[in-house]
Design a protein around this ligand. Structure first.
Ligand SMILES: Cc1cc2nc3c(=O)[nH]c(=O)nc-3n(C[C@H](O)[C@H](O)[C@H](O)COP(=O)(O)O)c2cc1C
Length: 302
């Protein structure tokens, strides 16, 4: 995935840059604890407002050690883990962007405003953003889901699970549900672009306007079923465009069946407007809501 490659590269840069910089700065402080190597002698009085300053901040030994541990070792470890493509490396790289921001906030409080602090705070923000995007992309690429693990599906059931999914997160929820209910399963697909980063923005456009998204033909006879379970991701606080199209197009048929719905979303709550909208078209007998973060769906039974 191109996005992962780009943001992995950027995160490697930030962790290396901040990590090595912190090591160099910290070692200079330890070599010359009066701060003369970094021309920071005049800054020492500003530290005196900090707790335990009479013990910790009479020279640069403690700040040097703290810098090496908090921003140096941490970022170098994250760098090496990312290089080995470990998920924890991406998570740590993101967290250490935040750590740097906290570090600089302390400097904002104790030092007069200066360019270097503003620059490093910005670096922390950029590291946090690059880390988060890389972590999300890593989880998307490495998301494991195998349809074959669900054996109890498509056995001429009277129940049908209908789902739409871009990144397979909702797909897994639909398969778990269908497996549990011994149901048939139907994936609805659309002509519109939904894949990748561009697809995300395109779907967002449909979400913002609450537009239905035109579907590819469906070769399943809905009349065969007594119960239909709709499984849909939330797009901009409502059901996704393809599911909206499916519900609107089939509302007469669905009205004669027991219909349940499962929403999947990122926010830890289900937007009330999403429920209100489906209820406008059809009668729903059961509503469930799942939260998926970084590929992990909370309270998913399987
Ligand atoms: C265009 C778009 C808009 C979204 N809007 C919301 C939202 O308003 N609230 C929310 O909690 N999640 C939102 N999400 C996140 C998805 O609901 C969530 O990532 C879900 O797990 C995606 O499932 P899928 O990968 O199976 O399509 C949105 C996702 C997309 C693509």
């Amino acid at each position: 995935m191109k996005r992962l490659k780009i943001f992995k590269g950027l995160l490697l840069f930030w962790t290396a840059f901040i990590g090595v910089g912190a090591f160099v700065g910290g070692i200079c402080m330890l070599i010359k604890p009066d701060g003369s190597l970094l021309k920071m002698e005049a800054m020492l009085p500003y530290f005196q407002v900090l707790p335990f300053a009479d013990v910790l901040f009479q020279n640069y030994i403690f700040p040097g050690i703290a810098l090496i541990i908090v921003n140096g070792i941490s970022n170098v470890v994250a760098f090496l883990l990312i290089l080995r493509n470990k998920r924890i490396g991406y998570a740590l790289g993101t967290i250490f962007g935040f750590t740097l921001m906290l570090w600089i906030i302390i400097q904002f409080i104790i030092f007069p405003l200066n360019v270097l602090d503003i620059a490093y705070f910005t670096f922390g923000v950029l590291q946090l953003i690059c880390g988060y995007v890389a972590l999300v992309s890593y989880n998307q690429v490495n998301f494991k889901f195998d349809e074959k693990d669900y054996k109890n599906i498509n056995n001429h059931s009277k129940t049908l699970v209908v789902y739409f999914s871009r990144m397979k997160f909702t797909k897994r929820i639909a398969y778990v549900k269908a497996d549990k209910e011994s149901a048939d399963i139907l994936e609805i697909k659309t002509k519109e672009r939904t894949e990748g980063t561009l697809g995300f923005w395109w779907c967002g456009r449909f979400g913002m306007h609450k537009w239905p998204m035109e579907l590819l033909p469906i070769d399943v006879d809905l009349n065969k079923y007594d119960k239909v379970i709709l499984v849909t991701p939330i797009w901009v606080f409502k059901m996704c465009g393809p599911m909206r199209e499916f519900v609107i197009k089939n509302k007469e048929i669905l009205e004669n069946k027991k219909v349940e719905i499962v929403f999947n979303h990122f926010n830890p709550w289900l937007p009330k407007g999403a429920v209100k909208e489906v209820k406008k078209y059809i009668t729903i007998t059961n509503i469930e809501s799942k939260t998926t973060w970084l590929g992990h769906t909370f309270k998913l039974d399987k």
